[in-house]
Structure formats: structure tokens, C-alpha cells
Design a binder for this molecule. Structure first.
Ligand code: ACO
Length: 330
């Protein structure tokens, strides 16, 4: 087995899920859809929706506080606050800076990373580089999105898919066999237009026209995204395993990005895994973008099923397009 001498590990985790639950039955009253369509096409039954007065940093800071507390740390014990999000509080300053303020600390470097739904894995890879280079010791990585605020609630092709949530990880150097064994990441910018939020940036600055044309909402060519997601997630998972010197049969848990149950299942089949090895929560939370993987990992750990030494494959795909996998020994 290819063995990495230096690894980073997750010291502790935290999550936050808004209280409000929006069910498929609720959506049936809002747009022309049905529980049957949503369930068979996506596997989603319900999702969490942030309150109107809640912003992305509010969700992120709750998850961050839990991760710090579980790790026995104070906010000033981290050397970097890194936030992966597609739905920042403001275009600038970064949500990471707003979270720094809400944590009541200053001076600690803070910035956002934007990589579609792949943001959490991109963030772990960036943190790994910074920690293993000796540049810093400990990273607070937060994956958080409030997609409900950029969703067109009159568009049935997208509004049934998304939910809101946050997850936080404390990352630091591993002193034993546990930690990140390998990573694989990639992007295909030429396909960016298939999944985007077109308005509000320098391409289409907010104007009466952008509002009229609803360019401040998510636009997605769902069936195209679907095909690329299935292909890239399967390939990324296999490449990650090869880079870790591991075989499919050695995988204990697959934690795929939770966009659609059919994409999850196709990735599972690519790895020849039995269904009980795959963590699924898309039925309860929908697609929370960057937050799906940390919430799934947190819930798996809290369930008590995860044992020391277990091999976990995390894999994601999202806007950009971007994709990544991380193979991790618990
Ligand atoms: N209820 C009922 N009917 C609907 C709904 C709905 N909510 N939405 C669409 N339909 C209809 C369409 O109008 C279409 O009708 P038609 O055949 O009469 O034209 C029919 O259902 C089929 O539509 P498709 O878009 O082809 O359906 P598909 O099977 O592709 O499922 C879905 C759509 C669920 C969006 C799927 O394509 C998907 O999951 N795509 C990937 C999403 C994803 O992975 N995103 C990536 C990450 S997201 C991120 O990065 C933020």
C-alpha cells in the first residue's frame, strides 16, 4: 500500500441545520409537482430552509462553534478560517471574515473558497497543502450554503432540489495512521454555463433587466449536469483509491455529494459497493451544496458505526464544473 508519511486529520466536527422543514407535500402547493416525481427522480423527501433573517455566516458560525467545542479549542487556537460557499453573505468581504467577527476573534487570516458543490473537498486539499508545508498548524474549514435564497421558487425544475445547511471541520496534522490518504481534483470551465448563477457579478451586474430575467437565481441544465456528475464522480472515486494504493473492496464507507439519489447510486455501482456502505441523507436534506459531505460525515461518526481504521471515500461534483475525491482513514 502506498503510504503517505505526513497526513492531515479531522480533529473534530460540527454542523448546523435550520429548523424549518419543507416537505414535498409543501412543494406540491407551491409549484406543479408531486411527491412521486420528486422522490423517483431525486430521492428527496424534505429539506431544511434557513429563516429569512439568517445569513450564511450565521449557519457557519454555529457549526464552527460546535467543532471548536468538540475539539476542546478556542477560536484563537486556529491559524486560518477557510469558508467554502457559493452563497456568501456579501460578494465582499468574505463570509470567512464575517464568521471571524462572529467568533469574536481578530488577526486570524480568513478567506472564502468557491468551487461549487465540491468546495468542502477543495477546502480540505488546500488545508492539507498549507498544514503539511509547515505554513500553519490548524485550519477551521466551514462548508456552508443557503441555496434557498438564490432559488427561483416558481421554477419547479430547480426549487425541489435544494436545501440549506452547514458543516465545520477542524483540520490538523495527524500523529498516527488516521487521516487523508490521497486526493484527486479537477475542473472543466468550458462547461460552466450548464450550472450557474448568472446575475450580480461583473458579467451581468444587477440591473432592472437582470432582475426581470431572474438572473439572480440558480440556472441549471439538469439532465446535462446529471450525465457529467455520474461520469466524473465515478472516475474521481476510482482515481482517489488508486492514488491511495487501495482497492474498491477495501472501502468501508462512501460519502458522495448528495445532489440526487440516482447519481449517488451510480457512483456506488461504479465502486461495486453494497448499499449499506453508502451514506445517504439527500432524502432528509436535499442538495445543501458544500454542506452535504460534512453533514453526512458528521452523522456517520455520531451514529457510532465508524470504527478506527475504516476507509472512507468522499467524492463530489459541482458548478464549474469541479470534482474531487478524498480517501480518508478514520
Ligand atoms: N415536478 C414535475 N415535473 C418536473 C419537475 C418537477 N419538479 N421538474 C421538471 N419536470 C419535468 C420537466 O418539465 C420534463 O417534462 P417534459 O418531459 O414534459 O419536458 C420532465 O420532468 C423531465 O425533465 P428532466 O429535466 O429531463 O428530468 P431529469 O430526469 O433529468 O431530472 C433532475 C431532473 C432531478 C434535475 C436531474 O437532472 C438532476 O438531478 N440533475 C443533476 C443535478 C445536480 O447534480 N446538480 C449538481 C450539483 S448542484 C450545485 O453544484 C449547486
Amino acid at each position: 500500500m502506498a503510504k503517505k508519511e505526513n497526513k492531515i486529520k479531522i480533529r473534530s466536527m460540527g454542523i448546523y441545520l435550520p429548523e424549518k422543514i419543507l416537505t414535498n407535500a409543501d412543494l406540491e402547493k407551491m409549484v406543479e409537482t408531486s411527491d412521486e416525481w420528486i422522490t423517483t427522480r431525486t430521492g428527496i423527501k424534505e429539506r431544511r430552509i434557513a429563516r429569512e433573517d439568517e445569513v450564511t455566516s450565521d449557519l457557519g458560525v454555529v457549526a464552527a462553534r460546535e467543532a471548536l467545542e468538540k475539539g476542546g479549542l478556542q477560536p484563537q487556537d486556529v491559524d486560518l478560517i477557510l469558508v467554502a460557499t457559493n452563497t456568501p453573505d456579501t460578494i465582499f468581504p468574505s463570509t470567512a471574515c464575517w464568521i471571524q467577527k462572529k467568533l469574536g476573534v481578530s488577526e486570524i487570516p480568513a478567506f472564502d473558497l468557491q468551487a461549487g458543490c465540491t468546495g468542502l473537498l477543495y477546502g480540505m486539499i488546500v488545508a492539507e497543502g498549507l498544514i503539511l508545508s509547515g505554513s500553519l498548524n490548524r485550519v477551521l474549514l466551514i462548508g456552508v450554503d443557503i441555496l434557498s435564497k438564490v432559488t427561483n421558487w416558481e421554477d419547479r425544475s430547480t426549487c425541489v432540489l435544494f436545501g440549506d445547511g452547514a458543516g465545520a471541520l477542524i483540520l490538523e496534522k495527524s500523529e498516527d495512521e488516521s487521516g487523508m490518504l490521497s486526493h484527486f481534483w479537477g475542473a472543466e470551465g468550458s462547461l460552466g454555463e450548464l450550472l450557474m448563477l448568472p446575475g450580480g457579478g461583473t458579467l451581468h451586474p444587477t440591473s432592472e433587466e437582470t432582475l426581470r430575467d431572474k438572473m439572480h437565481y440558480i440556472y441549471m441544465k439538469g439532465n446535462e449536469v446529471f450525465k457529467h456528475a455520474v461520469k466524473r464522480m465515478g472516475e474521481a472515486a476510482l482515481e482517489g483509491l488508486e492514488r491511495a494504493g487501495l482497492d474498491k473492496a477495501q472501502v468501508d464507507y462512501l460519502i458522495p455529494h448528495q445532489a440526487n439519489f440516482r447519481i449517488i447510486d451510480a457512483t456506488r455501482e461504479r465502486l461495486n459497493l453494497s448499499p449499506e456502505k453508502v451514506v445517504v441523507n439527500v432524502d432528509r436534506y436535499g442538495n445543501m451544496s458544500v454542506a452535504t459531505i460534512p453533514v453526512a460525515l458528521y452523522e456517520l461518526a455520531e451514529s457510532g458505526k465508524l470504527k478506527k481504521g475504516n476507509i472512507i471515500v468522499m467524492v463530489a461534483f459541482g458548478a464549474g464544473f469541479t470534482w474531487a475525491s478524498i480517501v480518508y482513514r478514520w
